[in-house]
Each structure stands twice: as structure tokens, then as C-alpha cells.
Design a binder for this molecule. Structure first.
Ligand SMILES: NC(=O)c1ccc[n+]([C@@H]2O[C@H](COP(=O)([O-])OP(=O)(O)OC[C@H]3O[C@@H](n4cnc5c(N)ncnc54)[C@H](OP(=O)(O)O)[C@@H]3O)[C@@H](O)[C@H]2O)c1
Length: 453
């Protein structure tokens, strides 16, 4: 998609995938509000929203413009004359991205590499549940015997099994009908597509001036339902799994939480490095690598708690009942039921905009976290560390146990669990890098893939 607006060099560039609905749209709104209130007047937010088609992109940008106008109008009441100033501080760009198509991912990355000076944050929000329905008797039984648990860690969702993406190699680029291995749809939409995207965008995520005091951030959206039991190395893409969504979120947790460990450093460095900056600089006058020093981007993990969105396809009336059930859970004491998408967007937006020194200090003190959107009884939101099986709240054995919002089956972290988690992390990074290289090679061999490395 062409971009005619000038690219502010000191802008804050944030990419949000799946921005047209649910949490993606709410994250964009929160970024606008929080950016305008917390960043200096001289800074501009460039919000790059991705959707699956132009119509959805146009609609999302129109609604975001409206949100910005309302924010400016509100500010005008307190500070007359400020409205125009604020309005100029946010720019929108829209891009098309289908995460289940590697070619679509490559096309978007290429467009951005040649049109964008840098990327401060890539918020990897888009995703699918892959559910086909609910086991209603089970759902009602669970709800009426154990309400909060039933709507926090549901056991009654029925997943599609073995869903595959469309062939990655288009028919016209595959005259000799090269056999291609299957790609799991949920795996590709939730993990692999985003994984590839951030590899290709690494030059932009690394293009920060040394004196900016920040690094590019890759922000994953996971879930409370990232159960260890759902994921297996033997079925890496969850093709045979009856819980492919949960498996994809567990893989997300593993990759993100082990990204800073010594044992994964060679793999993660290889993943977050490519020669894109030179090519981008040659072709994009706004990217001047002589003024920037490549600083490795950081990978963060967040989750939105539980929100009422369209991710579970339900009839309107059932969706209303689901929302009511979530509110009741919150009033019964659940900290994870933010219910509204705006509350759910709290953690990802905070991680995107927080000062680098704040994030570094928090991770230094208590380890690398899965940052979750939590709320109190009234819906007042906050960000909370979240326990992960095999990692705890920060990957530190003997850390403080937080009882609130804890999964009933959670076990205190032991040295052995922590070690196994790290080993699993290394194996997952190896597998992802291998898959990436295989697919790049396969597409290049039939002449359809972009040359991205
Ligand atoms: N809602 C919750 O309670 C909850 C809890 C935990 C985690 N999450 C996570 O939060 C994220 C957003 O979920 P949501 O609840 O906001 O769901 P949603 O309303 O269904 O939004 C999902 C977004 O992802 C996009 N998307 C789906 N498949 C895609 C693909 N192949 N390529 C590109 N974009 C694609 C959708 O686009 P279309 O409109 O074109 O389909 C939509 O914009 C997901 O990663 C989800 O796992 C949500």
C-alpha cells in the first residue's frame, strides 16, 4: 500500500497486526491515548495497522481517526487550542497481511523495509482460535459447579483438528507441482507468520539511535490457556492436537521467555539479524544507517486476560451471555476478567510504551515476565506478572508465590522444571529457525519467495 505522508524521523513507529477488531483495535486506541498523554509534544505516533483486506483496513483507520478526534475534542475542553496540535501527532498507515501466507508476510515486510525508517514496537496481536463450538452440557456443568475456573480455564471448547493453510506455493508458481509439507493454520496464524515477519523486520526493529535509550520491541500476545500439556515437540504445529490454539500459545510463551537466555543466544541472534538494513538504506532515503547503531530488539510476552471479543464465534445472544458470565467471574474475585477489549489491551500497550529503563529494571529485579492485563472488581486495570508452567512468574526458583489469579493446577517452580523449560526453549528455537530456512529455501527454489535475508 503506498504511503504518501512524510515519515517523521523521530516518530514512534508501532505496528499492530489484526487491528480491525477486538483487542487489536483496542490496542491501537490505547496507544493513541497513552502516547498523547505521556510522550513529548514533539513526538509523532505512526500507527501501522494491518488487516486482511483493504475494506477492513479502511474501516479500521476511519474508526481510529474518529477515536483520535474524540480524544482531541476532550483535551480541547481542558486546554483550549490543543486539539489541532494533538491531531497532528498521530499518523495512520494501513497494510495488508495474511499471516497464513508466507508470501503475504514477505510482501508486507518488503514494503515496510523500503518505506519505513524504523520500528519501535511490533505488537503481534492477530490470531485465530480454531474452535468449532462448545460442549454445552460440559460448559453448563462447569459453570454452575466452578464458575470462575470454568470461564478462566475452559475445558469445553471444541477445536478443529488438523486445519491446514492453503498451499504456500501458488498454483501458477508451481508448474512442476512441487510437493509442499502441510502447515498448520492455527500455528501459522498465531506463531509462524508473526515469527517470520519479525525476522524480516529485524533491520527496522534494530534501527534505533544509540542515544534513544530504547530498543525495538517484539510484543507477543499469548493467553492464560497456554497449557504445557497442550504442546508437544513431536507435533510441533499442533496438527494432530485437539488443542492447537493452546499449543500455539504455549509455544509463544516458550519462545518469548527463553529469548534472552545464554543457551538460546546464537539462535535468537541469528533470528534477529539479517542484512536488510543495507538494502533498506540503499532504497529508502529515510533510513540512514550511519546515524543508527544496530541494537538487538527485545522480545516481550503479554496476554490480555479474558475479554469479550469475536475470537470465539458465537450467536449474538450467546455472546451476551458469555460477557455476563465474565463480569460475574470478575465480581467473584477473578483478576483476569477485564471483559472489555480496552482493559485487555492494557498490558500490550504498556509494554509498547513503557520506558526502556522501567522494563529493564523490572526484569532485572524479578526476571523475564509474561505481562498480563488484570483488573479489580470495578474494572480498574493494571499489569500483573503471570505464572507460566516451568517458568513461574520470572524464571526464578524460590520466587514469591502470588496466590491471586493462580491456576488451580499450578505447581511451585523447581530447579528441574526450570532446566527443562530452558532445554525445551532451545529445541523450539532450533525448530523454528529450521522451519524458517526450509520454507525460504522452498519458495526461492520455485522462484516465488522474496529474497529477504
Ligand atoms: N479475547 C480474549 O479473551 C483473548 C484471550 C487470550 C488471548 N487472546 C489473543 O488476543 C489476540 C486477539 O484476539 P481477539 O480476541 O481480539 O480476537 P478477534 O476479535 O477475533 O481478532 C483477531 C484479529 O486477528 C485477525 N486475523 C485472524 N487471522 C488472521 C490471519 N491469518 N492473518 C492476519 N490477521 C488475522 C483478524 O482479522 P479478521 O477480522 O480478518 O478475521 C482480527 O483482526 C489473539 O492472538 C488471541 O489469541 C485473546
Amino acid at each position: 500500500m503506498s504511503n504518501t505522508t512524510p515519515q517523521p524521523e523521530d516518530g514512534f513507529y508501532a505496528l499492530v497486526t489484526g487491528a480491525n477488531s477486538g483487542l487489536g483495535f483496542a490496542i491501537c486506541c490505547r496507544l493513541i491515548d497513552e502516547f498523547l498523554h505521556t510522550r513529548p509534544q514533539s513526538q509523532t505516533l505512526v500507527l501501522i495497522v494491518t488487516t486482511r483486506d483493504i475494506r477492513k483496513g479502511d474501516d479500521a483507520v476511519a474508526r481510529l481517526q474518529k477515536h483520535l478526534q474524540n480524544a482531541c475534542r476532550k483535551a480541547e475542553k481542558s486546554f483550549p487550542g490543543v486539539s489541532m496540535l494533538l491531531h497532528r501527532r498521530v499518523q495512520f498507515r494501513q497494510e495488508i497481511l495474511d499471516l497464513t501466507s508466507i508470501l503475504s508476510v514477505q510482501r508486507l515486510a518488503k514494503r515496510l523495509l523500503f518505506s519505513t525508517p524504523k520500528l519501535n514496537a511490533a505488537i503481534l496481536n492477530a490470531g485465530i482460535g480454531g474452535w468449532e463450538g462448545l460442549n454445552w452440557p460440559n460448559a453448563f456443568y462447569n459453570l454452575f459447579t466452578d464458575w470462575v475456573n470454568a470461564v478462566t480455564y475452559p475445558t469445553y471448547k471444541i477445536s478443529g483438528v488438523g486445519w491446514l493453510t492453503k498451499p504456500q506455493i501458488p498454483a501458477d508458481g508451481n508448474a512442476g507441482r512441487t510437493e509442499e509439507p502441510p502447515v498448520g493454520e492455527v500455528f501459522c496464524a498465531n506463531v509462524f507468520g508473526h515469527y517470520l515477519l519479525c525476522h524480516y523486520l529485524a533491520p527496522l526493529l534494530s534501527a534505533h539511535k544509540a542515544d534513544e535509550g530504547t530498543v525495538g520491541r517484539v510484543i507477543w500476545l499469548s493467553s492464560l490457556e497456554a497449557y504445557a500439556s497442550a504442546f508437544s515437540l513431536e507435533d510441533f504445529q499442533g496438527l494432530a492436537s485437539s488443542m492447537p490454539y493452546e499449543a500455539s500459545k504455549r509455544l509463544t510463551d516458550i519462545l518469548a521467555l527463553t529469548a534472552d537466555l545464554l543457551s538460546t543466544t546464537p539462535l535468537v541472534t541469528q533470528y534477529l539479524t539479517n542484512d536488510g538494513p543495507q538494502r533498506a538504506a540503499k532504497n529508502n532515503p529515510s533510513t540512514n544507517t550511519t546515524k543508527t547503531s544496530a541494537r538487538r530488539p527485545k522480545i516481550y510476552l503479554t496476554h490480555p486476560g479474558i475479554c469479550s471479543t469475536g475470537i470465539m464465534p458465537l450467536h449474538y445472544f450467546l455472546a451476551l451471555l458469555m460477557t455476563a458470565a465474565f463480569y460475574i467471574a470478575r465480581w467473584l474475585g477473578s483478576q483476569w476478567h477485564g471483559v472489555t477489549a480496552s482493559n485487555g489491551a492494557c498490558a500490550p500497550a504498556w509494554v509498547a510504551l513503557a520506558q526502556q529503563s522501567t522494563l529493564d529494571a523490572m526484569e532485572e529485579r524479578e526476571g523475564k515476565a509474561k505481562w498480563g492485563s488484570a483488573t479489580d472488581w470495578w474494572g480498574k486495570e493494571r499489569v500483573e506478572r503471570t505464572e507460566v508452567e516451568g517458568w513461574g512468574w520470572g524464571g526464578v526458583v524460590g520466587e514469591r508465590i502470588r496466590k491471586k489469579g493462580r491456576w488451580r493446577h499450578a505447581k511451585n517452580l523447581t530447579e528441574r522444571d526450570r532446566q527443562q523449560f530452558e532445554e525445551l526453549g532451545k529445541e523450539c528455537w532450533e525448530e523454528m529457525e529450521q522451519l524458517r530456512r526450509e520454507w525460504e529455501g522452498r519458495l526461492a527454489a520455485v522462484g516465488v519467495g522474496e529474497e529477504m535475508n
